[in-house]
Write a protein that binds this ligand. Structure first.
Ligand code: ADP
Ligand code: MG
Length: 355
């Protein structure tokens, strides 16, 4: 295996793992919804949990990362969720992890054909699979990442939104028949909230927020990059770490970017570049037909961040767009909007300073 100058590390998250495990160790009774700003580490956390529990017997985990999947129609949904055992020959020899990641439910060829001809109800197929596993004393767990990608798909009769039907099904599987655990992750919490409001599912789910890393964890991490990331060419002073924290906060992805750039550039140059890029990003986002509304919205976050939703009435569409575009994030539990990350706060500040 090649030695890299900079390796990836998994920092802390012990309490979040414990929280997820607690959910799995109780009889299924609700859907667990993991939300948080983009790149806060949701996918990484779930893979980590997955690695942990797949080594323990008694769970059957179906992990579906919709990011990697093209979803434009109901048929794509069937492709993503179901897999005929006929096509599995090459895959079965691989590790369990590869196998599970390929698709949720393994089907016999007949059921697969019926599903494709829309003569079989996909929800019944899933329920039968859960029941089969339960009889064998295996606890099914469904994990769906990037859940919002299912938005815009409709059931074959074109009347019903697939995502609503699926949520209702998961409620039946958790709260009503206690058959399987369901963990759903999305960075678009604004959209998820709409789903809950639409289908009155709010009371049947738990929300768990995954925020960027805490200051303390970032300091522990960056004080020893030799240990955590196998970096030998440089180390970071307390002042360097302060500058990094001040520039990007606890965003692990951006911290990696800085660590990578530090092999070639000074920290001050890197920090300045990140801020310039974010100013450009804000300028680009604001420059739209409703430029005045966008400016007015963002300027409010200079004084206050996050902002209670009740103070931001009458602009739901724009707020939704800002969340979709990863400028703002929405916290459905607190009912507040905030800037997606420390570096973007610099972008907004810089944008208005230049005006
Ligand atoms: N606990 C962690 N420790 C170190 N790096 C992390 C951690 N969690 C996430 N990262 C890094 O941050 C980046 C974004 O994480 P990801 O899981 O894709 O975020 P999300 O799914 O919330 O958008 C990845 O490059 C990942 O390696
Ligand atoms: Mg993700």
């Amino acid at each position: 295996m090649k030695d890299f100058k900079l390796d990836v590390a998994f920092i802390d998250r012990a309490s979040e793992i414990a929280e997820l495990r607690n959910y799995l160790e109780n009889r299924p009774n609700s859907i667990l919804f993991l939300y948080g700003p983009k790149s806060s580490g949701k996918t990484t956390l779930m893979y980590h949990l997955f690695d942990q529990i797949e080594q323990e017997r008694g769970y059957e985990i179906n992990f579906l990362n919709l990011r990697k999947i093209f979803l434009a129609s109901y048929d794509d949904f069937i492709d993503a969720f179901f897999k005929s055992t006929e096509h599995d020959n090459g895959i079965k020899t691989g590790t369990r992890r590869q196998y599970s990641l390929f698709g949720l439910f393994k089907l016999d060829a007949f059921t697969e054909r019926m599903l494709r001809k829309k003569q079989e109800d996909p929800f019944l197929v899933m329920e039968r699979e859960f029941q089969r596993l339960q009889k064998k004393n295996i606890q099914p767990v469904v994990i769906i990442d990037e859940f919002h990608k299912l938005d815009g798909l409709y059931m074959p009769d074109k009347q019903k939104r697939l995502i609503i039907e699926l949520m209702n099904f998961f409620v039946a599987m958790t709260k009503e028949s206690h058959l399987c655990h369901v963990i759903i992750a999305s960075s678009d919490a604004f959209f998820i909230e709409q789903v809950y409001v639409d289908s009155k599912l709010r009371k049947t789910s738990q929300f768990m927020k995954l925020d960027y890393l805490e200051k303390e964890d970032v300091f522990t991490w960056l004080s020893d990059i030799r240990k955590h990331n196998k970096v030998r060419e440089y180390s970071l002073s307390k002042h360097d770490i302060e500058v990094i924290w001040d520039t990007v906060g606890g965003s692990a992805w951006e911290i990696y970017y800085i660590l990578e750039q530090l092999f070639r550039h000074s920290l001050d140059d890197i920090a300045a570049k990140i801020k310039r890029e974010k100013v450009a990003m804000i300028a680009d986002w604001v420059d739209y037909e409703d430029i005045e509304e966008r400016r007015a919205l963002l300027s409010r976050f200079i004084e206050e961040n996050p902002i209670d939703r009740r103070k931001l009435t009458g602009m739901r569409n724009l707020l939704g767009q800002a969340v979709k575009d990863n400028i703002l994030y929405y916290d459905p539990v607190e009912g507040e909007y905030g800037i997606q990350g420390r570096s973007l706060e610099w972008g907004i500040k810089g944008y208005f300073d230049q005006m």
